[in-house]
Design a protein around this ligand. Structure first.
Ligand SMILES: Cc1ncc(COP(=O)(O)O)c(C=O)c1O
Length: 251
């Protein structure tokens, strides 16, 4: 099964506590803002299960099906967030280098925002990827299939067009957009013990890690978040006065 994110939960979860550190360039707030920005522009993708794979793995597995996402991958989350968070004077054109999924995603994001997109694509890329990019109304700029050529041609294209470079995995707004997968899966599958995330440049991993590490998950988290503060102030600490999943970072 081709799924972007696999999550695992043991039957008797003990829960974990994760805290944000202030040193990340992308914060929980950035991911929350990304979630608001991309709402209505992306699908909340389904989570599927498979009992045969559960038996093989000896645990319950949950597959977050980002392959059913708009443009066919999670990349649209980061692309929409990046384009929508550009200041209005910079929101005139966008440029990226990508052999496929980010290129298609940025092409659609730019089309939605009514601005041109220039996608630098290696001349060896599959024709179907180029035609998908063209289908979303972007312009394809050919480069050699090397990192050096990609970067050089993208830099030249930025210079010629005045567009903003939206890097496929290093741009903080792209990372924050991909992090919204983390919010969704925690809401869809309470009590998860582990997330297994594919890594290319690391943008999706970083975004999901920021989102998930900032949230308290499971019974131990419940104890720390609600019960201990209640005992301390000798009054009931309600869910609404505490950080919900996808809410504020833990105190
Ligand atoms: C389908 C798919 N999964 C995973 C990745 C890896 O994402 P990242 O580069 O953010 O690590 C990519 C990147 O192109 C992708 O297209």
């Amino acid at each position: 099964m081709a799924c972007a994110v696999v999550a695992a939960r043991r039957v008797s979860s003990t829960g974990v506590v994760r805290m944000m550190t202030p040193s990340y360039c992308v914060t929980l707030k950035d991911v929350q803002e990304a979630q608001r920005r991309i709402q209505g522009f992306v699908h909340s993708t389904p989570v599927m299960t498979c009992s045969s794979l559960d038996a093989l793995a000896a645990r319950k597995l949950f597959f977050k099906c980002e392959l059913l996402q708009k443009t066919g991958s999670f990349k649209i989350r980061g692309a929409i967030n990046a384009v929508k968070s550009l200041p209005s004077d910079k929101c005139t054109a966008v440029v990226t280098h990508s052999s496929g999924n980010h290129g298609q995603a940025l092409a659609l994001a730019a089309q939605i925002m009514g601005i041109p997109a220039y996608i630098v694509v290696p001349n060896t890329a599959a024709a179907c990827k180029k035609s998908a990019i063209l289908g979303y109304g972007a312009l394809v700029v050919d480069c050699e299939p090397t990192d050096k050529s990609r970067a050089e041609v993208a830099a030249n294209t930025v210079q010629k067009t005045g567009g903003v470079l939206i890097h496929p995995n290093q741009d903080p707004a792209v990372i924050a957009g991909q992090g919204t997968i983390g919010f969704e899966i925690l809401q869809q599958v309470p009590g998860l013990e582990a997330l297994v995330i594919p890594v290319g440049g690391g943008g999706m991993l970083a975004g999901i890690a920021v989102a998930v590490k900032a949230l308290v998950v499971g019974p131990l988290g419940f104890l720390l978040r609600y019960l201990l503060p209640s005992l301390r102030i000798r009054d009931r600490v309600s869910r609404s006065s505490c950080a919900p999943l996808g809410g504020k970072a833990d105190r």
